[in-house]
Design a protein around this ligand. Structure first.
Ligand code: MN
Length: 197
C-alpha cells in the first residue's frame, strides 16, 4: 500500500504569531523545513517495511533516515499545532493547570524549569512536557528528531530549539525566544492532548 504523507495545514495565518514568531520564520520553518521532511519521508518509504504504516508507528519502529524525517514531521505537527495569536496573561486552565501545579509547585516554577531545559539543550533538539500513563507530568530534553512518544509518554507541549526555529528573529538569543513563546501557547490544545491520557 502506498503511503503519501502531506504537509499539515496551519490552524492560523502565517503572520498570526507576530511579533513572537515572524511571518518570515513561519514561511521558512513550516514552508521549507517541514515540507522537506515530508518530501524526504515520502521518497524513503516506497519498498520499505514502513510503507502503509501510520506516522506514529513509523516513529516508534524506525531508525536512521526514516526515523529522522518521520520524527521531525510528528514533532513539528505538535509544535505548529499548539500556537495561537499572542495573548496577555496567557495561562493554562482546568485539568492541565491543576496538573502543572501538582507536579511543579506553580505555573511560574514550571515555566522556569521548561525554559532552562530548552536553553541548556546542547545543539539541535526539543524540550517537551509529557504525561505518563498515570497522568504525571515530566519535562524532557530530546536530541535531534526524538519524541517522548518513543518511550510511551504522551507529548503535550514542545519548544523547538533547532536554530531554524528562531535564528531569523532572535539570532543567537535562544533564551529570549523561549521566554516569548509563552504568550502564543494555545492551552486549550495542550489540555486536549492531556485529556486523552
Ligand atoms: Mn523545527
Amino acid at each position: 500500500m502506498a503511503t503519501n504523507f502531506e504537509l499539515m495545514k496551519l490552524p492560523y495565518a502565517e503572520d498570526a504569531l507576530e511579533p513572537v514568531i515572524s511571518r518570515q520564520t513561519i514561511s521558512f520553518h513550516y514552508g521549507k523545513h517541514l515540507q522537506a521532511y515530508v518530501n524526504n519521508l515520502n521518497s524513503l518509504l516506497p519498498g520499505s517495511s514502513f510503507e502503509g504504516m501510520s506516522l506514529a508507528d513509523i516513529v516508534k519502529k524506525s531508525n536512521g533516515g526514516v526515523f529522522n524525517n518521520a520524527g521531525q514531521i510528528l514533532n513539528h505537527e505538535l509544535y505548529f499545532g499548539q500556537f495561537c495569536s499572542p495573548k496577555a496573561n496567557n495561562v493554562p486552565a482546568g485539568e492541565i493547570a491543576a496538573a502543572i501545579t501538582r507536579n511543579f509547585g506553580s505555573f511560574d516554577a514550571f515555566k522556569e524549569e521548561f525554559q532552562k531545559k530548552g536553553a541548556t539543550l546542547f545543539g539541535s533538539g526539543w524540550v517537551w512536557l509529557s504525561a505518563d500513563a498515570d497522568g504525571k507530568l515530566v519535562i524532557t530534553q530530546e536530541p535531534n528528531a526524538s519524541n517522548p512518544a518513543q518511550r510511551g509518554l504522551i507529548p503535550l507541549l514542545t519548544f523547538d530549539v533547532w536554530e531554524h526555529a528562531y535564528y531569523l528573529d532572535y539570532q543567537n538569543r535562544r533564551p529570549d525566544h523561549l521566554s516569548a513563546l509563552w504568550s502564543i501557547i494555545d492551552w486549550n490544545v495542550v489540555e486536549q492532548r492531556y485529556s486523552v491520557k
